[in-house]
Design a protein around this ligand. Structure first.
Ligand code: GTP
Ligand code: MG
Length: 575
């Protein structure tokens, strides 16, 4: 293990000695991925002069305002598969004949793609009218008109041989090699956490691509349900999204049962004639089943469509090939959208929240505590809840409890979903910033210590009240669902996975403690801080278990020897 570690770091640790124990004040981020302003602010340093809890006031947008703005942007946007040797200037000139262009970017994913946002929606139909349906040669194409196009040269030989180089927008996280490079060259542990965040967070372009993909899927679903919307939720929009994370989509068919108040003349009420099925779940399954078929047969770029309709939350899973996103489409899942909004609030309140969550998620992934395959492991969602809970427990608290957010809510924030009270304040500007100024380094260490010693056998985590409570059942890990309060979001986690988490947390706390106490010698060319935590565990769980059983065995032998000795003494005395 040590050899592997040394190999990986040979080049990078040269700069490890450059680190210092500088503890910088933390900047309160004014925007997050998902906000339109984010792109403008990405260049701002993550550690700067403003302190957490300072009074700077730039109004933050509400979650639904961001969603609506992004959705509107996406509806004016098209996705174009381009030939490789394309001149950007000619390309834009060609497209401008359909209407003024607001912005565009190129990216590579098994070919060259362009995302082009027009200023007006009308430009899209103008472009569609100027586009022809190809004949597919030997195969038969299904003539489906979407906003995903294929651009070809009329006459490839007329194209300039060496067009000016195009700048590509990156859609993937950095390699582990590059990440370790950056972490080892950082100036402090705080700097490391902020670096990891900056490298992994979804970019402005990636966010645009996510909203565009939802918008393209919405066009397909609209063939059945013209008033539907497809909205992203989960980590794509809750400020905890990492480049490469999946795209969770919510097919919103509008709320049933709400009478329209448009025309009130006379004592009449008009209703749609509808078919009905025995339960809400069956309705969800039927809807997702036809949308799944539709995506499979007519959705350009949608491949590997699987209908997972018997899951607790039925879904259609597919790959959207041109964007490279793994998509999960659900419906009747309004509470998950509300959870995303709550996490958006928590992620935007204090810059330390996202930095800590990104690092803990990367740490968990590096040690295989989380996985993209469903199973008995902890999920990213649960890990985020653990960080939020931990930050609520600091003194003074860094994050408010959900109950406090509820008391700050006004009449417009009131929200009931399926009988569950999901009310909390949605205006970030009305939440008082925390006075806590603890560094990320301290928080990281304390996180591991806190959960390395948490009485999981007795207590559940409750972010609504911000305190532990007696567990209502025997699940190894119990994290109360914030809105459906009788549910446990980590019900799937097995005892052995929880034990692995606890062992690794203790080990990580120990590593950080050693670094604090050890001599700070520049010749100590070892990965340090967060970089050291992302390496394979020094004490693997197996060896920990072995150590434990060895210790138990030696204890047994010792006891046996002592009892023999005692017996002999007793015998001798009696003789
Ligand atoms: P990634 O791992 O980056 O995809 O994080 P994620 O937050 O997007 O998680 P995931 O894709 O697994 O789930 C998407 C969203 O569904 C989450 O953000 C939650 O809002 C919700 N969700 C996921 N798991 C649970 C759960 O066990 N219970 C509840 N109530 N909601 C969940
Ligand atoms: Mg997700």
């Amino acid at each position: 293990m040590a050899v592997r570690r040394a190999g990986l770091f040979t080049r990078l640790i040269l700069c490890a000695h450059r680190r210092s124990r500088v503890q910088r004040p933390v900047l309160r981020l004014l925007s997050c991925p998902g906000t339109v302003a984010e792109g403008l602010r990405r260049d701002e340093p993550l550690s700067g002069s403003a302190e957490t809890g300072s009074e700077e006031k730039t109004p933050e947008k509400k979650f639904f305002e961001v969603q609506n703005e992004r959705r509107d942007q996406a509806q004016r946007t098209v996705l174009i598969h381009c030939p490789n040797k394309i001149s950007e200037k000619k390309f834009l000139k060609y497209l401008s004949q359909y209407g003024p262009i607001n912005n565009h970017f190129f990216y590579e994913s098994f070919g060259l793609y362009a995302v082009v946002e027009f200023c007006q929606k009308e430009s899209i139909s103008s472009l569609q009218n100027g586009t022809h349906t190809p004949s597919a040669g030997m195969e038969a194409a299904i003539p489906f008109r979407s906003r995903f196009f294929n651009l070809k040269f009329k006459n490839p030989s007329h194209q300039a041989s060496e067009p000016a180089a195009i700048q590509f927008s990156n859609q993937l996280p950095p390699s582990s090699r590059k990440l370790f490079d950056l972490l080892c060259c950082a100036k402090s542990v705080d700097d490391q956490l902020n670096t990891l965040l900056k490298e992994f967070e979804v970019t402005e372009e990636n966010t645009k691509l996510r909203y565009l993909t939802c918008s393209l899927i919405e066009d397909i679903a609209a063939a059945y349900f013209p008033d539907c919307t497809v909205r992203p939720f989960g980590s794509s929009v809750n400020t905890f999204g990492k480049l490469g994370c999946d795209l969770d989509m919510f097919l919103d068919l509008g709320e049933t049962g709400k009478p329209s108040t448009d025309k009130t003349l006379g004592n009449f009420l008009m209703e749609f004639q509808m078919k009905s099925v025995p339960s809400e779940r069956i309705a969800t399954q039927k809807i997702l089943s036809v949308i799944g078929e539709c995506l499979d047969h007519f959705g350009p770029g949608c491949v590997g469509v699987q209908k997972i309709l018997n899951a607790r939350c039925p879904l259609v899973r597919f790959s959207h090939q041109p964007s490279g996103f793994q998509c999960d489409l659900t419906t009747n899942n309004r509470i998950a959208l509300k959870s995303s909004e709550l996490l958006y609030i928590y992620g935007s309140l204090d810059s330390r929240v996202r930095a800590l969550v990104f690092s803990i998620r990367s740490w968990a992934r590096a040690h295989s505590l989380t996985s993209s395959i469903p199973g008995a492991w902890i999920t990213n969602f649960s890990l985020t809840m653990m960080v939020i809970f931990f930050l609520q427990r600091r003194s003074p608290p860094i994050l408010p409890t959900l109950d406090l957010l509820k008391t700050l809510a006004d009449a417009e924030d009131k929200c009931m979903i399926e009988g569950n009270n999901c009310t909390f304040v949605r205006d970030l500007n009305r939440i008082h910033p925390s006075g806590n100024t603890e560094t990320l380094e301290l928080l990281l260490k304390e996180f591991f210590e806190y959960f390395g010693n948490f009485a999981f056998n007795k207590y559940s985590l409750n972010i609504r009240q911000g305190k532990e409570q007696n567990k209502p059942d025997s699940s190894p890990l119990y994290i109360q669902n914030p809105f459906e309060t009788s549910l446990n979001i980590s019900k799937n986690v097995s005892q052995s996975q929880l034990q692995k988490f606890v062992d690794l947390a203790r080990e990580s706390a120990w590593i950080l403690q050693q670094e604090d106490q050890g001599p700070q010698s520049p010749s100590n060319h070892q990965p340090w801080g967060l970089a050291a935590l992302l390496l394979p565990s020094r004490v693997s769980t197996k060896s920990l278990a072995k150590k434990k059983s060895k210790k138990a065995a030696s204890e047994r032998v010792k006891n046996l020897l002592e009892s023999i000795k005692k017996n002999r003494t007793e015998n001798l005395t009696s003789t």
